[in-house]
Design a protein around this ligand. Structure first.
Ligand code: ATP
Ligand code: MG
Length: 429
């Protein structure tokens, strides 16, 4: 019977064991071979003595390549020097697939590693990143589920240029134009009329033409939508969500965080409350700090980095000018020209991770904004319809999973937050 490495190490029992996995490190020295074997749960040092195994096992152990797959049996014994404190003294060493020498060794370029991404994702660093990504998404789901939210899927294929913008991927849909969705929000809005609190978690597609360290052409988008929430309750929810995810990561996975280069102590500073700053004030601050921007412009990465300089936790910016935000965001009657929205900016230069707002819920107001934005009401008929039958005030937000992961893991580039990144210059492998 197969044993998982983590079970062996944590049971602290010296006993017979059989493991299955891959060769992580390998070295032969005279009549001894050393292999570190990994499975999905951990790594285990194995020693093979020529005179303690049959000739087939010795040949296998001697000739094995890095990353080859094996089944190895032996006696687990305590050894302080071994990783995890235990070593397997091998009695039988079988090769499942020895294949060819593994093409990834030390000091390879980023481009090469992206070319062999299908192999690189097995590295310890990538594996640990993806473990943490899994936990992050899990904590997000747990957070919303515990608050009575329902998860539903949005459509990925959308007809008509429903979302506007130059970043749509267009394709042929049985002779008609269709698009890959760049947000599930409008559909999430339709769900609140029965389920009230909902979220969609699906890929969004954006034909981002610029090469940045935080834009993907395909990313995972979490979009909660809540009936009867105003823009402040919306921010409260975002804050609570972020704090809960961060605290869970620190509490349960601090050594994993360290292994990918994040200091849990730094992350711990992301505690409530997060400062909430008006866009107007944010522009002033950016200019004070040596940036150059005018009221009415949107923030780029540089402005966001300046604005969050010295911050150890995320920062909300609210009340952006109407003209640079989406048509569905309501104007604040107390501050005409601005809308009831917020972005959430992560510290340490990571920048925007969330965009949220109240949604216009009144029919006339929505029609007026559709007209002002020169959109075709026909494209939005179903969405407008929602304002005719039992419409209610509501709010929601969009969180980029890879943006969140980039920040909480302190990654240099967003592409490492997803196994197979899609960017302007790459959709292989
Ligand atoms: P940015 O200004 O950074 O391009 P945006 O204003 O276009 O972002 P929204 O349309 O508000 O972003 O999307 C909601 C969230 O989705 C963002 O806060 C971000 O976390 C994420 N996001 C947006 N575009 C991308 C992208 N190209 N790659 C990865 N995540 C993205
Ligand atoms: Mg964008």
């Amino acid at each position: 019977m197969r044993n998982y490495i983590l079970d062996l190490i944590t049971s602290k029992e010296e006993k017979q064991a059989t493991i299955q996995g891959w060769i992580y490190r390998h070295r032969v020295s005279g009549n001894m071979a050393f292999a570190i074997i990994r499975d999905s749960t951990g790594i285990l040092q194995c020693t093979i003595k020529k005179d303690k195994v049959d000739s087939k096992s010795w040949k296998n152990a001697e000739e094995i390549y890095i990353e080859s797959s094996v089944i190895v049996s032996g006696k687990l014994v305590k050894d302080e020097r071994a990783p995890g404190g235990y070593e397997l003294q091998v009695s039988d060493f079988q090769t499942i697939n020895n294949g060819e020498p593994f093409p990834i060794s030390k000091d390879l370029s980023d481009e090469f590693l992206l070319d062999v991404r299908h192999l690189w994702i097995r590295s310890q660093k990538m594996t640990n990143i993806f473990r943490l990504r899994h936990h992050t998404v899990n904590y997000l789901r747990e957070f919303f589920n515990s608050k009575g939210f329902y998860e539903l899927p949005p459509p990925i294929i959308t007809g008509s240029a429903c979302e506007g913008g130059s970043t749509l991927f267009e394709f042929d849909y049985f002779g008609e134009k269709a698009y890959l969705s760049q947000s599930g929000q409008l559909y999430a809005e339709a769900y609140i009329f029965s389920l009230e609190k909902v979220y969609v978690l699906a890929p969004s597609f954006r034909a981002e033409k610029s090469r940045t360290i935080r834009h993907l052409a395909e990313y995972w988008h979490l979009e909660p939508e809540m009936a009867f929430y105003d823009w402040k309750q919306n921010m409260d929810l975002q804050e609570e969500m972020i704090v809960e995810v961060v605290q869970n990561l620190i509490k349960n996975h601090s050594s994993l965080l360290e292994s990918v280069g994040q200091d849990p102590e730094v992350l711990k500073k992301a505690s409530a409350p997060f400062e909430r700053m008006d866009y107007e004030k944010a522009v002033e601050r950016i200019n004070e700090l040596g940036g150059k921007m005018e009221y009415g412009e949107d923030f780029g990465a540089d402005e966001e980095a300046l604005l969050t300089k010295g911050y150890e936790k995320p920062l909300f910016v609210h009340h952006f000018p109407k003209d640079i935000k989406a048509f569905y965001m309501p104007e604040d009657p107390n501050k005409p020209g601005t809308v009831l929205c917020n972005d959430l900016l992560a510290p340490n230069g990571h920048g925007e991770i969330i965009g949220g707002s109240e949604r216009i819920w009144k029919y006339d107001e929505l029609m007026q904004r559709i007209e002002e934005n020169k959109l075709n009401p026909k494209d939005y008929q179903w969405y407008i319809d929602l304002r005719k039958y039992g419409s209610v005030p509501h709010s929601g937000f969009g969180l980029g999973i890879e943006r969140l992961v980039k920040w909480v893991l302190n990654l240099n580039h967003i592409r490492d937050a997803i196994p197979f990144p899609r960017t302007i210059n790459r959709c292989y492998p």
